[in-house]
Design a binder for this molecule. Structure first.
Ligand code: SME
Length: 155
């Protein structure tokens, strides 16, 4: 089970030691992937150029979706609509980009600080309706810590 408090503490410790967002984003993905069996694919997309999301790092099956235009797929929709998305059954989504045929549900949590959106944490599960409100709350805490570092670097 994911203990978001521990992950947030580890990320803050890395910040205190002088690590930058690249290291924190990789650490977050590693921590999430190993925290829960339901998290079959875990990745971070960052806002790139030309209204596109660019895949920063991931653990799981290789994906052909390294670049996703805003509005396309679940990831692109989350950023276009500026909100988190918990998709309980991806087969019911018309606007969906499959990573693997095994994926049943998907959770996208934005990495944001105030009005600024830096990217998102994307998690796929091979289980139907895998993600609960507890997952969402935990992931928001971790995403907020990542946003803190990204905001500090953009100042
Ligand atoms: N399923 C996502 C694409 C990302 S891959 O699953 C890694 C989407 O529909 O945007």
């Amino acid at each position: 089970m994911l203990d978001a408090g521990v992950v947030v503490k580890e990320l803050q410790q890395m910040r205190d030691e002088g690590h930058l967002s690249d290291a924190l984003l990789r650490k977050a993905v590693r921590s999430l992937k190993s925290a829960d069996d339901r998290y079959d694919w875990v990745g971070v997309y960052l806002v790139g150029e030309g209204e596109e999301l660019w895949l920063h790092n991931y653990i799981g099956e290789p994906t052909e979706h390294a670049k996703i235009p805003f509005g396309t797929g679940v990831c692109g929709r989350a950023i276009a609509e500026r909100r988190n998305l918990n998709i309980r059954d991806v087969s019911k989504e018309e606007n969906y980009l499959a990573c693997t045929p095994e994926t049943q549900s998907e959770l996208v949590i934005l990495i944001r600080a105030g009005d600024e959106i830096y990217g998102q944490i994307d998690i796929d599960s091979d289980q139907m309706s895998a993600f609960t409100e507890d997952d969402e709350i935990a992931l928001i805490g971790i995403a907020d810590k990542l946003a803190e570092q990204l905001a500090a670097e953009r100042r």
